[in-house]
Design a protein around this ligand. Sequence first.
Ligand code: FMN
Ligand code: SF4
Ligand code: SF4
Length: 254
Amino acid sequence: MIFYFSGTGNTYFAARKLAEALNDTAVNILKFKDMEEVVCEDDVIGFVYPVYGSDCPMIYKRFLRKLKCRKDVYAFAVATLNKVDYGSMNSIDEALCENGAGLSYSAWLYMPGNCMVSPDKVTKERLATAEERLSAIAGKVRNQVINYTSKGKGIPEDFLKLELGPESALTQFEILDSCDGCGVCAAICPTDNIRIENGKAVHGKDCTICFACFHWCPKQATKLKTGFKELDERSQYTHPEMTAAKLIRDKQGE
Ligand SMILES: Cc1cc2nc3c(=O)[nH]c(=O)nc-3n(C[C@H](O)[C@H](O)[C@H](O)COP(=O)(O)O)c2cc1C
Ligand code: SF4
Ligand code: SF4
């Protein structure tokens, strides 16, 4: 089983390609949102997620805390990212250590950024080579290559992690007058943090900072108000093979 989460499609694409190459099944972690425990008896488990603030997304960590797996599992993690990741693999390893297991293989797939802007040239190059790079990763997983030394239970490296809390500047959005209440953002939001009131989108406080609402808005009516110029003035990005309808169906488990 490959467990994934995706806000703008990069990770969805990666997880699906890996599943295809490994003859495995990829499942969106949102499927387990309301479960207290996720039991997986597979002898190979994959964790595929985007890096947020040099760590796994908060929603992915919520899922990791529920996971129950075998002690002798071969566990691999593939993080999609734009630039840098100090802590996410350690978070995966910690969750596995809670089960008496550990992370065996880690790989990074550089993709277009959906937080900081990637220049067009970089976006094109990364999209063009992603499939080839994923195929190389799948080859390593198939051969059960081990490249990660598990840190063991109780040795967290929190000093390198940037926790993106619910009151973070990155959760501040402004809804512009161009919002027509279409509901795309509300349907796509992985935490159901957006409701439509009086024909306009209204954000709540349970934000996992995926920026899906910003990137998928058909009217460009969701404006980031982080106070960081590079973020607040950035343009929308979505993976070319992903659509809002596909992501909503995926969230609903269809
Ligand atoms: C809030 C936020 C924080 C991010 N932080 C990082 C980061 O620390 N390092 C990095 O390399 N990329 C970072 N990114 C970029 C994403 O990891 C990258 O674009 C990823 O491929 C997006 O995957 P998705 O399309 O499946 O959502 C961040 C993205 C978001 C939305
Ligand atoms: S997707 Fe955009 S236009 Fe539609 S409700 Fe949300 S903010 Fe408004
Ligand atoms: S409110 Fe927007 S950024 Fe926050 S979790 Fe929902 S879609 Fe993602």
